[in-house]
Design a protein around this ligand. Structure first.
Ligand SMILES: NC(=O)c1ccc[n+]([C@@H]2O[C@H](COP(=O)([O-])OP(=O)(O)OC[C@H]3O[C@@H](n4cnc5c(N)ncnc54)[C@H](OP(=O)(O)O)[C@@H]3O)[C@@H](O)[C@H]2O)c1
Length: 192
C-alpha cells in the first residue's frame, strides 16, 4: 500500500516559518546530510507530493527548474528537477489550472483525497505542507508517519502546526537525527 508521510518544518514552538539562526544561511556547496535524507534518498520512493495552494504556488515560484539562479549548486538543481518531474497534487478550491508540469488540482475532504490517491498506482506519497494541510493530517490522524524538522528557534509568529485535535493521537518514535545547525529531525509513525 502507498504510504503517506507528512513533512513538517517547524520552529520549536510549532510555527511553519524559516527564521534565521546560527548557521542557517551559511552557503552550502555540498548537500547537507539531513536534506539528503529527507529528499534525495526519497526521490525514488516518493512519487506523489501533496501541497496546499499557497505552498504549491510558493514551491513552483521558488523551486521549479525555471526559477534556477545562475551559478547554483548541482544538488539544488537535482532537487528542482525532482520537483518538476514528480506528480504534484495541489489542493485548492480557487485554482482552476496550473502550468507546472505533472501537477493536478484536487479539492474536497482531505481524508477522501488521500484515500483516493492511495488507491491509485504509484510509490509513496508525501504531504509537503503548508502547515494548514499538515495540521489537518495531525488533527485527523491521516498520515502513516510524520517527519518533524525542528529548528532551534522559538519564533512566536507564523502559521501553527499544533491546534485542537479530534482525539488523542499516539505516535511511535522511529528515529531522531541531529542536523548540522542544531536542528533535530523527529520521525514518528502513527499508531492506529
Ligand atoms: N514550514 C513549512 O514547511 C512550510 C511549508 C510550506 C509553506 N510554509 C509557509 O506557510 C504559509 C502557507 O501555508 P498555509 O498553511 O497557510 O497554506 P497551504 O496549506 O499551503 O495552503 C492552504 C490552501 O490550500 C487549499 N486547501 C487546503 N486543503 C484543501 C482541501 N482539502 N481542498 C481544497 N483546497 C484545500 C486552500 O486553498 P483555496 O483557498 O484555493 O481553496 C487553502 O487556502 C506560507 O507562508 C509558507 O511560506 C511553510
Amino acid at each position: 500500500m502507498r504510504k503517506i508521510t507528512a513533512n513538517a518544518y517547524m520552529t520549536l514552538d510549532g510555527r511553519g516559518e524559516f527564521p534565521k539562526y546560527p548557521g542557517s544561511d551559511r552557503p552550502s556547496p555540498e548537500i547537507n546530510a539531513l536534506f539528503r535524507y529527507m529528499w534525495y534518498d526519497r526521490f525514488d520512493d516518493v512519487t506523489t507530493v501533496v501541497m496546499g495552494r499557497r505552498s504549491f504556488l510558493g514551491h513552483q515560484r521558488v523551486w521549479s527548474e525555471k526559477a534556477r539562479k545562475p551559478g547554483e549548486e548541482k544538488w539544488l538543481l537535482d532537487y528542482r528537477r525532482y520537483l518538476d518531474r514528480v506528480e504534484k497534487i495541489c489542493l485548492s478550491h480557487r485554482l482552476k489550472s496550473t502550468d507546472w508540469e505533472n501537477a493536478r488540482i484536487l479539492h474536497g475532504d482531505l481524508a477522501r483525497i488521500l484515500a483516493k490517491l492511495r488507491r491509485e498506482k504509484g510509490g509513496n506519497i508525501m504531504v509537503e505542507g503548508g502547515p494548514a494541510v499538515v495540521r489537518e493530517c495531525l488533527r485527523r490522524n491521516l498520515a502513516d508517519d510524520y517527519w518533524f524538522f525542528v529548528m532551534p528557534v522559538v519564533y512566536g509568529k507564523g502559521p501553527r502546526y499544533w491546534g485542537s485535535m479530534d482525539a488523542q493521537t499516539t505516535l511511535k518514535l522511529i528515529e531522531t537525527k541531529p542536523g548540522e545547525d542544531r536542528e533535530i529531525l523527529l520521525h514518528y509513525e502513527a499508531l492506529r
